[in-house]
Structure formats: C-alpha cells, structure tokens
Design a protein around this ligand. Sequence first.
Ligand code: SAM
Ligand code: SF4
Length: 366
Amino acid sequence: MLADSTPFISLVRLSRLEASAAISKARWLYDVNVPIELTDSFGRVHTDLRISVTDRCNFRCSYCMPAEGMQWLPRSEVLSFEEIERIVRLFAQDLGLKTIRLTGGEPLMRAHLPLLISKLAAIRTRSGEPLGLSLTTNGSTLAAQAAALAGAGLSRINISLDSLQRERFAELTRRDELNNVLEGIAAAQAAGLEPVKINCVVMSGVNEEEILDFARFGRESGVLVRFIEFMPLDADQRWARDQVVSLETIVERINAEFPCEEVESGNDPAQRYRYRDGGGSFGVIASVTRQFCDRCDRLRLTAEGGLRNCLFGVDEYGLRDLLRSGASDAELTERIVACVQAKWAGHSIGTVNFIRPTKSMSQIGG
Ligand code: SAM
Ligand code: SF4
C-alpha cells in the first residue's frame, strides 16, 4: 500500500495519440498501484460520480418522460449493488473520486437502497476520507425512508418539486402526490439530512408564475431552492428554446421582491444568490443560458453501467460487460480514462452544433 501522500498522475491536455499512449501508461502505472487523477484534455479534474440506480420511475413528469410507453431495462441488465460497489471502490481508491450522487429514474424505487448506501458509506478514499454521499429523488416515498437512508450514511438530499399547487403538480408529474412530497421534505429535515435542496424546473407558461412562491417557501422552511432551466432532455422531444425561463428572468423577479446578490459558487453547477436581509439563499442551474462546462467535474454511470462524460454526450463507455467478463481493475481503469479523455469542451445547447442525446434525463441519470 502506498502512503497517503502519493501524488496523483495527471493526464492533462493530450492529443488523441498522446492520450492513447497515456492510457497504456496509466494501465502500467495502475499495475504498480499509483493513483490517477481523472483530468481531461481541457484540464478539468473529475471527482464527482452520478450513479443511476434504476431507470424506473413512479412519476411521469412531462419534461422528462412520456405519459405512456416507457420501456424499462430488464432487471438482469441493471448493475447489481456489488457491481456498483466495485466501481465506486476503484474510483475512490485509485481515481480521486470524492463525491457520489445516487439518482435515476427514481432511486427510491430500487429495493433495499439503504443497503447500497451503507456499502458505499464504508468506502474510503486513498487518504482515508469517506465519500460525500447524496441522493436526488422525487420525494414521493421519502417520508417512509428518510430515517433509514440517513442511518445508512446518506448525508445530503435533493428533492424535485416543480409546483406548490396541487392541481398543477398533478398535471406536471401526472401523479396527484404533492402532499406525499411535502411530507418527504419534512421527513428529510427531521432525519437530519443537511442541506435539503429543492430542484424546481421552471418552464415558460407552465409554472413560472410560482417563482416567488418558491422563493418564499425556501425562506420560510429552511430548504435551499434551486431553480433549473428547462433542458432538451425530455423524452417527448418537445423542448423549445422559448420554453426556457432564463437565470436572468428568475433572478430579476426574485430581486424585485427580495433583494439579493450573487455569491461565489465554486464548482457547484448552481449559481448561488444570497438574500440581502439574511433570509438565506437560492440557486439557479442555468445549463442553457449560462453554461458551466468549464468547471464541470462530473461523470455519470447509467443504470446499465454505461459511463458518460457529459449529460449531453452521445457516447457511452460500457463498464458492465467488462465487469461481468472478469476484467481486472487495470482494464476498467483503462476504459474510464478513455471516457474522460474523450470529453468535449462543452455542449452547445441553443446553437446549430447541438446534437440532442438519444436518451432522456431519466435514462441517463439526472
Ligand atoms: N426521479 C428523481 C427526481 O426527479 O428527482 C431523480 C432523477 S431526475 C431525472 C433528476 C433531476 O432531473 C430532477 O430534478 C428533474 O427535475 C430534472 N430534470 C428531468 N428532466 C429535465 C429537463 N428536461 N430539464 C431540466 N431538468 C430536468
Ligand atoms: Fe421520474 Fe424524476 Fe423523471 Fe420526474 S424527473 S419522471 S420523477 S425520473
């Protein structure tokens, strides 16, 4: 075992040829147990992994899934807990991973999720640190599970909520479950999950009139509301630029009622704003109008074990078949490094260069 202070090998700014040489070198380096830092050819270091634990969902949000006809993956194609654990252990001990977010589909639809969380909570980075463990959920069954999730080692949670009005909520999600979600939010707070963040996708002519209601909700209930610009990842492929409510509009509306100022957000995709009266803060994830690709530090693992280097990417690097064919850690590392090396500078939503991914948000893992 190497000392905690072992330097990471950084694979920065390489041409394709150099990258392939570096990958072979990485394999050799891995064989002698030297950890690799997952740096892409633009110098971005990847320390965050989003893991989709299922493609299934009990909601049918109009901006994500069609009302009918979703085809679910057969159970045998979905990564087992042991397979996820092996991948995370490799990432944490040899590839510089620091944080994980479990998502889906709806992650709480996966049976025995607290068991997976307890397995992941036991993994340590090379320097002996636990990983930051968080979850994104629609919250509909959270009231019954929040305490078990927190007890298993979950530290943070994001709950999606796009309307505080029962009828609109039911129309948007195609399920009449607003009360269950509100109870889930309260249960998450009671279980000590901190912070509780609320993800609210804002769409023009749909729920934009609720921006101030959500700002008030955040100020009064102690949750951190994050408004999300509508992205072209809906399964119905109905996204249009004029349905996007921009960061500028959201901040303008809130600022008129509750004066606020922008604060430094670091690597967080959400641009953060602080209320000047001390009433807390809110965030805006402006994937369309203020892209944050230059500070992206994340990779995504789909439910069937495909590694993706961008939410809007079109390529996937399959890890499941490698795992199931008995691949060594060195072989897995080689594919992971190839995925990172192929990462582009950024997506180009709203321009002619944008290629829409064939998978929707729920199939990738948002
Ligand atoms: N089912 C869980 C949930 O809804 O929180 C986790 C998966 S969901 C795909 C993750 C996040 O993606 C949610 O906050 C959801 O609102 C967001 N999302 C889904 N489709 C989107 C779209 N087309 N544009 C912006 N956000 C979207
Ligand atoms: Fe399900 Fe989440 Fe997609 Fe809504 S956003 S349909 S809850 S996966």
